[in-house]
Design a protein. Sequence first.
Length: 313
Amino acid sequence: MPAQIPAGPTIDEVIAAIPAWRGHSIRVEPIGGGLTNRNYRVDVDAVPHFVRIPGPATKLLAIDRSNELHNTRAAASAGVGPRVLLHLTPWDVMVLEWLPGRTMSNGAFAAADGPARIARVLKRLHAGPRFQLDFNMFRLTEFYLDVAAGHDVQIPPDFRAVLPAIARIEQALAIRPLPSVPCHNDLLAENYLDDGNELWIVDYEYSGNNDPTFELGNTCQELGFDDARAAELCAAYFGLADSALVARMHLQMIISDVGWTLWAAIQARISTIEFDFWGWAEERWARASAKLDGPGFGDWLAAVAEPSGRDRL
């Protein structure tokens, strides 16, 4: 990590900067598991709050804090995310309402009703207010490649060799595009909370208006869904799981892994968090490479160009 990059405020500095909390009973509990930021539960007179302190150098990860703040508020108005209670502008620290419930895991999503529950919360998010900016993983991949070149970031040695195949995916998806909707775009299991009735979605750092099949494909990839489970989510969301929609999701799974491979490689270079980011990059790259070299790749490219039942939706 370059020495000139500031680490951001401490949690004590954040608490001291909130006048409404002065003179009240404060209890602080760090929340582990974050891969970009420092997160805390702060109880003020026994009322819990979620405090998010941005990590250093996140501009190199293409995180736009203004976009994140706007979209977090939009998701809250859609009824799928926590309300923003306070925003400390100098630091981009957010104080969010505390959502009661358990943090989800891949194992928890193995339950039979997992795809249906995911589809319900995504439909609410996607029907909500438009987000501030658009999200495009193809453009983000290009940005990350520039960051890698400029900051001595190690990337998989064969990464650039597959860029023509990535271009083919973008061209195929553009033949029959879907209207963009407000998407989260980084839906690993830990970004879902379960209140016992419905799912909630947190952490809108990479949110933006996007093709809904990227959202579906990304979360399938993150949750380790097999082909049958992915088709189940497709049917729960769209009302059908024909070959064009499922193929679209599979291609989006590939580009999701491609982009987040570079994200992890950059984190391996700049992050101070104790986590095997390079191992994560290698895992994602192996998965993307296997699909690019697999027998289904050509079929998916052809299928997304064909008319499908979604054209009647």
